[in-house]
Design a protein around this ligand. Structure first.
Ligand SMILES: [Zn+2]
Length: 487
């Protein structure tokens, strides 16, 4: 048995103004044999390779394409990625199966369904009788074309996502059963008319998505013919016709059973739609509430400029409000501003300086803010996240921390998903000892700061990852769809 393994882990914020271009794609590509030694963090490939090794399969590595997320992918970048993957697949010769790790939310300027486009091209190349399997992120926007061109699509069942290894391993099990004739995967996709924002998609006790995942896993457990039930939750800032939640059911044969389970799960999702309504607090109210709190730290979430949703990471709304309120003991998790970082490096530790920071990439994330303070420390910026659900090494670029009279501002030269304590600790700041901590994340900070944050306030900041869908300029999404339409 010989299998080809690759990845196209590409996610797009369709509304963000910085394109994902060829250079971005090339910098984010792990080539050929190096795919075989990729670590376990966030990797379905790692789990699939474990399954492949246990069965002594030969593995033909393709490439793993994982660019930093911004706005729409350029035509050149997507076509390059597709051709690189196909060329490697052609060079691999005859294979008995293909496994691809996809994010499931790649949108290009000329193609709203890059994932389906890629799977269709792979299917064309290997033919109908060769298994094509793909893993998906929990936020995938799954299209009919994706489902038509794969034998199995399997998504993670956690959020924040911690089971990539497990779904890759499961895919190898099912592919093995397909090859030995004991399974004949039948994949059915269904979709409720809903595209929830990210804020309420936490999969933890008491949250609506946990209920749906449990229902899905109970369906799978009660009938051995059901190989997998996945509920990709959708990624509302990545726009294609099918943006939003969907259900994927894979059975062993039995198309009727797959369709029945998919329909039942679709109805269960639909019945829960109101539970995904967002609730946020205005910037001024959030700051006042945090400052009134006796017990810290209070964790403020800058949801609309999450470092995980393709926005510039330089939103300043909370920075401006906290400075204005003289919020002693507050730390701003990140403002991405390479220019300001370089100025601080030139000035040196201990120097006093005045800088204009943030909101330089576009006009959607607040206004540039003038700060005055002392350079507290300077850092190279590479660190390892310290949570059970995501452990990976992240390059934040060079970092400068400015102490603005009791408000610490962390300036980074790259956008950062600020969601967990090690980001701060690696910079000499103990977040547990601060009164107010500003994160840039959609919900990951709730898990990252569990046990540390005394209170969590999700703030209605301006930005292109706003959780208020009606503020985004959709043109392609199917209508009506909840919550854009009151159905
Ligand atoms: Zn995700």
């Amino acid at each position: 048995m010989r299998v080809a393994v690759g990845g196209y882990q590409v996610s797009t914020n369709s509304f963000a103004t910085q394109p994902m271009d060829l250079a971005n794609f090339q910098q984010g590509t792990v080539r050929g044999d190096r795919v075989l030694s990729m670590g376990p963090g966030h990797s379905a490939i790692f789990g699939f390779l474990k399954g492949a090794r246990e069965r002594n399969w030969q593995v033909a590595p393709l490439h793993f394409i994982y660019p930093v997320m911004y706005g729409k992918v350029t035509r050149e970048a997507h076509e390059w990625a597709k051709e690189e993957l196909l060329a490697a697949l052609r060079a691999a010769g005859r294979v008995d199966g293909v496994f691809m790790q996809l994010h499931g939310t790649a949108v290009a300027e000329h193609e709203e369904d890059c994932d389906g486009d890629l799977l269709a091209a792979i299917r064309d190349l290997v033919g109908k009788s060769t298994p094509v399997f793909a893993s998906l992120d929990g936020h995938a926007n799954v299209t009919p074309r994706m489902a038509e061109n794969a034998d199995m699509l399997i998504a993670v069942k956690t959020n924040p996502h911690s089971d990539f290894n497990a779904i890759g391993y499961r895919a190898a099990e099912v592919m093995a059963a397909m090859k030995d004739g004991s399974a004949k995967p039948c994949l059915v996709r269904a979709q409720p008319a809903m595209a929830p924002a990210l804020q309420k998609l936490y999969i933890a006790p008491g949250w609506p998505m946990e209920h749906l995942v449990r229902l899905a896993q109970n369906e799978r457990r009660r009938d051995a013919r059901i190989l997998d039930v996945s509920i990709p939750m959708g990624f509302f800032v990545s726009e294609r016709r099918e943006t939003g939640m969907s259900v994927l059911v894979t059975t062993n044969g039995e198309p009727g059973l797959a369709a029945d389970v998919a329909e039942a799960m679709k109805e269960a999702c639909w019945a829960k739609r109101h539970a995904f309504h967002t609730d946020m607090v205005s910037v001024d109210d959030a700051v006042a509430e945090a400052m009134d709190s006796d017990d810290g730290p209070v964790i403020l979430g800058d949801l609309a400029d999450s470092g995980g949703a393709g926005t510039p990471g330089d939103g300043t709304a909370l920075l401006a409000a906290l400075l204005k309120a003289n919020a002693q003991g507050a730390v701003i998790g990140s403002i991405s501003d390479p220019e300001a970082v370089e100025s601080a490096f030139r000035a040196g530790i201990g120097s006093k300086l005045t800088l204009t920071v943030g909101a330089k990439i576009d006009r959607f994330h607040g206004d540039p803010v003038e700060i005055s303070g002392r350079v507290q420390s300077l850092h190279s910026g590479i660190y390892t996240t310290g949570t059970a659900f995501i452990s990976r090494t992240v390059d934040r670029g060079r970092i400068a921390i400015i102490d603005c009279g009791g408000v610490e501002v962390i300036l980074t030269s790259k956008p950062v998903l600020v969601f967990e304590p090690n980001h701060f600790r690696s910079l000499g700041i103990d977040p547990a000892a601060r009164r107010i901590v500003v994160c840039k994340a959609e919900l990951q900070h709730r898990a990252g700061f569990a046990g540390i944050g005394k209170r969590f306030i999700d703030v209605d900041t301006p930005g292109l990852a706003t959780q208020v869908l009606s503020r985004l300029p959709y043109t392609r999404i199917r209508r009506p769809v909840f919550p854009l339409d009151d159905i």
